[in-house]
Design a protein around this ligand. Structure first.
Ligand SMILES: *[C@@H]1O[C@H](CO)[C@@H](O)[C@H](O)[C@H]1NC(C)=O
Ligand SMILES: *[C@@H]1O[C@H](CO)[C@@H](O)[C@H](O)[C@H]1NC(C)=O
Ligand SMILES: *[C@@H]1O[C@H](CO)[C@@H](O)[C@H](O)[C@H]1NC(C)=O
Ligand SMILES: *[C@@H]1O[C@H](CO)[C@@H](O)[C@H](O)[C@H]1NC(C)=O
Ligand SMILES: *[C@@H]1O[C@H](CO)[C@@H](O)[C@H](O)[C@H]1NC(C)=O
Length: 361
């Protein structure tokens, strides 16, 4: 957060001084991105410096979920990509309109002092219908969009939603209003529940049919497909199997329940890089589940326990990405950009290239 601290210190002296300090070699790179896009490749940047190795021929927006990096801002702008803030606030703190305005003003100021192009509202909080928080959330989106668009011309305000609009994890939001009032929704098509609740077995993070059904439901409620960006996972889940059945079903020790973050209780998230380093030495090698349309393998840990890892790879992502066109969606993106292997290893380079390539079939 060093860069941000410095900017705020200057702000005390005067905003003009602060805004004059463009960190880019070409001051024009501090201008907000103005052009509009027909399609998006939306990247969450979470850590490190590997962003230099993203496929910038595709990237349209980078959402900053890491400390501010002025070098990344200049670089994204040099590629014509938007660079946006993360926005999260406890909803009980923005029910009051004055507090809400103050929060929005703070975010706009931060975006301006960092020469950024908008905000990604990542409010993953439970809300019951028709509560004060329910209405406040819709107002927050409306007012955030209105303020950013006015204060930073060309800026983009987006909102992250779960994989379907049916109160997933008790997120009962006014989805159609939020879609209407923001630039678009980023649909987090991952952390989906297993195919069958009563069987309690490991399954895909983002099963194909379930994923597509989620988009059909958003569209059916009247949301313009151009307001939806498909989010795909560049990570999977590693389950510890209590028992592995003859049909290669990994039975889980604990049965997850619907509105807890189902997967966290019995499994660990693993990035694509880690998965690729494991798969060839696993017990099974890469297997393909043709019902869920996802990849998996089994391995044995040092204590002798059997694990099953479910993940997305170029084959599963290709199937979903073709639906971006079929359904007329705004684009695609991933959680998150820093989970691939960006090293110089030739095998890793091929795998990383393939993951970027399949985003836009
Ligand atoms: C959004 O805010 C504007 C004022 O900025 C207001 O006129 C409008 O009714 C609001 N829309 C919704 C759907 O709340
Ligand atoms: C959602 O918000 C819109 C716009 O504010 C409103 O007209 C509609 O009644 C709301 N729907 C629900 C279910 O609250
Ligand atoms: C998902 O499965 C249902 C029921 O089998 C089927 O009707 C539907 O066409 C499938 N959707 C896709 C996108 O394949
Ligand atoms: C484990 O799986 C095997 C093979 O499917 C089955 O015969 C056995 O009953 C299972 N054990 C338990 C404790 O569920
Ligand atoms: C793992 O196996 C695949 C398929 O056989 C191969 O293409 C890849 O290079 C192997 N990965 C490593 C790290 O050796």
């Amino acid at each position: 957060m060093g860069g941000m601290g410095a900017v705020c210190l200057i702000l005390v002296i005067g905003a003009a001084v602060c805004l004059a300090a463009c960190p880019c070699s070409d001051p024009a790179l501090c201008d907000p991105i103005q052009h509009s896009r027909d399609s998006e490749v939306y990247v969450f940047h979470v850590r490190g410096k590997n962003w230099k190795r993203y496929d910038w021929s595709k990237v349209t927006t980078v959402a900053l979920f890491a400390p501010y990096d002025p070098e990344l801002m200049c670089f994204a702008h040099s590629k014509g990509a938007r660079f946006v803030l993360q926005g999260d606030v406890p909803l009980k703190e923005i029910v009051d309109p004055k507090q809400r305005s103050a929060w929005i003003a703070g975010m706009v100021n931060l975006a301006k002092t960092q020469y950024m192009d908008g905000i990604n509202l990542d409010i993953e909080q439970s809300v019951l219908p028709h509560t004060p928080e329910y209405y406040a959330l819709t107002d927050l989106v409306n007012e955030t969009t209105e303020t950013f668009h006015r204060e930073i011309p060309g800026s983009q305000v987006t909102f992250d939603v779960a994989w379907n609009p049916n109160c997933v994890a008790m997120r009962c939001y006014n989805y159609s209003a939020i879609a209407e009032l923001s630039d678009f929704l980023f649909v987090m098509s991952y952390d989906e529940p297993p195919p069958s609740w009563n069987k309690c077995i490991a399954g895909a993070n983002a099963a194909f049919n379930q994923t597509i059904t989620g988009y059909q439901q958003f569209i059916k409620m009247g949301i313009d497909p151009k307001k939806l960006v498909m989010g795909v996972p560049w990570y999977g889940y590693d389950y510890v199997c209590l028992n592995l059945t003859k049909g290669n079903q990994c039975e889980l020790g604990k049965c997850p329940f619907q509105w807890a973050s189902y997967s966290d209780a019995v499994s660990n998230q693993v990035g694509y890089k880690t998965i690729m380093n494991q798969v060839n030495s696993s017990l099974t090698g890469r297997l393909w589940d043709d019902v869920q349309k996802a990849a998996l393998f089994n391995y044995k840990d040092t204590e002798g326990k059997i694990h099953q890892v479910w993940y997305d790879d170029p084959e599963s992502i290709t199937l979903k990405a073709t639906y971006v066109k079929k359904l007329g969606l705004r684009g695609i993106g991933m959680w998150h950009g820093d989970l691939l292997d960006y090293s110089d290893d030739p095998v890793a380079q091929e795998q990383t290239k393939a993951m970027w390539k399949v985003l836009t079939p």
